[in-house]
Ligand binder design. Structure first.
Ligand code: NDP
Length: 284
């Protein structure tokens, strides 16, 4: 049989991008599955997005990830969007289907998968999310589509917070509620699942935690954090002290990477390899 030396290509565009760990995880997964695939971590400035995207098409890339500042700006360049990407209004993953370049958003799906893997149930649950940025938006929409009864958004900036709550109310079956963030505020009574979707506590600010009343967290809550570096942020440590079950942000990162891996390659993702690679990366 004739040898095939050609590698299949994927990658990520962003700026800044140097500290993005996804490539390490995807490359470990390709190697574990004996796939001659590569994941290129590429610095692409905002004004160069279209040229870079056309370049990837010309080089027959099999898919892409997008991070800041491209998650919204890629949309007009694509042939279509999945339902979730359409509602969220942002794309973190591009899939190639029958020659069409389709925008997907796997951030929230990765979160929901990690939550369910921990044993948590979303159906008819009250979800409270701290933050209303890109990660919060993807998580809020996917929790609502996965059956949450209410999604309460707590955010400093009223405009972003109320807009996200309205999006949930209008575009999903869940009730969307906005609450302004007052310093040291209580977690709303009746919360089943509490999520920190802000960047508070992210390395190098691992000594910080969201400004809420931690004594309002109860042992019946499931508490999760999008922050994956450090692997066990203070927010989760404080929640565990109150008896809550916690789910780390590394699970979300791994599961969204696993979804992307499978949709690009058609091969089941080696989730354990991906998880261990990232844990080693962050020194857990
Ligand atoms: P954005 O910049 O889009 O949003 C940041 C959010 O955090 C906003 O709601 C902002 O509020 C809020 N915020 C920032 N500082 C504070 C503060 N001091 N107190 C209260 N709220 C604050 O960021 P992203 O949504 O893209 O990213 C958020 C986090 O999610 C990052 O840590 C990122 O690393 C992580 N992430 C994790 C992923 C994973 O797979 N685990 C995937 C994607 C992101 P306001 O609107 O008032 O400014």
């Amino acid at each position: 049989m004739e040898k095939n030396y050609r590698a299949e290509l994927t990658g990520c565009f962003g700026d800044p991008i140097d500290g993005n760990p996804t490539g390490v995880m995807e490359e470990a997964a390709f190697a574990a599955c004996n796939l001659n695939w590569r994941y290129m971590t590429l610095k692409v400035k905002a004004e160069d997005l279209e040229a870079a995207f056309l370049g990837c098409k010309a080089m027959n890339f099999n898919g892409l990830n997008l991070t800041m500042p491209h998650k919204r700006n890629i949309i007009p360049l694509l042939d279509g969007l999945t339902q979730a990407a359409e509602i969220i209004g942002a794309v973190n993953t591009v899939l190639v289907r029958d020659g069409k370049w389709i925008g997907e958003n796997t951030d929230g799906k990765g979160f929901v998968t990690a939550l369910k893997m921990s044993g948590a149930v979303l159906t008819d649950k009250a979800v409270t999310i701290l933050g209303a940025g890109g990660a919060a938006r993807a998580i809020a929409v996917e929790c609502a589509l996965a059956g949450a009864k209410t999604v309460t958004i707590i955010n400093r900036s009223a405009g972003n917070g109320s807009e996200l709550a309205q999006l949930i109310a209008e575009k999903t079956p869940a009730e969307g509620i906005y609450l302004p963030w007052t310093p040291g505020m209580d977690v709303p009574a009746g919360t089943d699942i509490l999520i920190n979707a802000t960047c508070v506590g992210l390395h190098p600010n691992g000594h910080e935690k969201p400004d809420i009343n931690y004594d309002s967290i109860t042992g019946s809550m499931v508490v999760s954090d999008v922050v994956f570096n450090p692997v066990d942020p203070l927010f989760l440590q404080e929640a565990r002290k109150r008896g809550a079950k916690t789910v780390s942000g590394i699970g979300m990162l791994v599961q969204q990477g696993a979804l992307n891996f499978t949709s690009w390659t058609g091969v089941a993702a080696p989730v354990d390899v991906m998880y261990k690679t990232l844990e080693a990366e962050f020194g857990a």
